[in-house]
Design a protein around this ligand. Structure first.
Ligand SMILES: [Zn+2]
Ligand SMILES: [Zn+2]
Length: 210
């Protein structure tokens, strides 16, 4: 198990500096381990963490829990909130942890030497007791864990764009298999083609005569 100091050293190295939200992420991960009775940072995939914002918090959480996007154990539901739900996928328990509203002000009481609010939060968040820093609520996911995690090796091909879809993220419309984009939920729209299309590449070349 890593100490808070060790977590913050690793997190700051990844983040290029230390900041209060990394401290919150680190403390959140440590507390999740205690509350769920899991030994963290994990080297397996038992804990799944869903964070409610990207940014600094994510790096603290990742180091403290061992949950990463690369391991498919860290997901972002971007609500723009400093909070996370930690799910023990074996026991089926989920806890949502969020800093208490009063924590920002209370941090100063734990860091009397701080020269400004930022420093008070940076230091105070490291020293405050868990129950003053976070609220912890038992929650149930609206999407079952099995559906979020899916199964390895699941593959489909979108009937419209022909691209491969893994992890059962396809939509069925009748018997038509659609990716999110072709189902109308794309986060982008196409602009002018950046690359030649297949038709342009493979069109028969005209003979150039001199
Ligand atoms: Zn930061
Ligand atoms: Zn498609």
């Amino acid at each position: 198990m890593l100490t808070l100091k060790e977590i913050l050293e690793q997190s700051a190295a990844m983040h290029h500096h230390l900041c209060p939200r990394q401290v919150l992420g680190a403390r959140l991960g440590l507390l999740a381990g205690v509350e769920l009775g899991l030994s963290l940072p994990q080297s397996d995939k038992r804990l799944l963490t869903i964070i409610e914002t990207d940014g600094c918090l994510a790096d603290g959480v990742a180091v403290a829990t061992g949950c990463t996007v690369g391991h498919r154990t860290l997901r972002v539901e971007d609500y723009g909130k400093v909070a996370a739900t930690c799910i023990d996928t074996q026991a089926g328990r989920a806890l949502r942890l969020a800093p208490r509203r009063v924590a920002r002000q209370a941090a100063g009481l734990y860091a009397p030497e701080a020269r400004n609010k930022w420093e008070a939060q940076l230091l105070g968040y490291q020293r405050m007791p868990d129950d003053e820093l976070f609220s912890v609520q038992a929650v149930q996911l609206t999407t079952p864990v099995a559906q979020i995690v899916s199964r390895p090796g699941r593959k489909a091909i979108c009937d419209v764009c022909g691209e491969e879809i893994i992890n059962e993220r396809e939509t069925l419309r009748g018997s038509t298999v659609l990716c999110h984009a072709c189902a109308g939920n794309a986060y982008y729209t196409l602009t002018a083609a950046a690359w030649p299309t297949a038709a342009e590449l493979f069109a028969p070349q005209e003979l150039v005569t001199v």
